[in-house]
Design a protein around this ligand. Structure first.
Ligand code: AMP
Ligand code: ZN
Length: 126
């Protein structure tokens, strides 16, 4: 979709702090993180929300959410994490390209450097 910011990120037209990519999914650090290691997982194929996304693509997204959650746990050791999906403006959706937030939760919030977090979390494979 031409006007979609996440489609532009997937296509490399807008820079992002990429963490992981495969044939179906792209994952990046959120630009306004709620905590250290706040990651977004997005399907490469545009769909607006939970109602529009294909089941097969959703399964691929969720497999990546699991993989990235394990990766965050191993590398950043949060005490917990939230997995959040907003569908619809009233639910807080601001980017209308389906995505899932992984938000690590810590007993104590720490200072961090966003580039170091990106480097630490990056999964290099394709
Ligand atoms: P939502 O409110 O669920 O639609 O979440 C959209 C998320 O996308 C917000 O947490 C934003 O901070 C994040 N976001 C918006 N633009 C960018 C961008 N260019 N790169 C990374 N994250 C972004
Ligand atoms: Zn899009």
């Amino acid at each position: 979709m031409d006007s979609c910011i996440f489609c532009k990120i997937v296509n490399g037209e807008i820079p992002s702090k990429k963490i992981y990519e495969n044939d179906y999914v792209y994952s990046l650090l959120d630009i306004s993180p709620q905590s250290k290691g706040h990651v977004l997982v997005i399907p490469k194929k545009h769909s607006r929300d939970i109602y529009e996304i294909d089941d097969d693509i959703l399964c691929e997204v969720m497999k990546a959410v699991k993989k990235l959650s394990v990766n965050i746990k191993e590398k950043l050791n949060p005490e917990g994490l939230n997995i959040v999906q907003n569908s619809g403006e009233i639910a807080g959706q601001s980017v209308f390209h389906f995505h899932i937030h992984i938000i690590p939760r810590y007993k104590r919030e720490q200072e961090y450097d966003i580039d170091e977090v990106a480097e630490e979390l990056r999964i290099k494979e394709l």
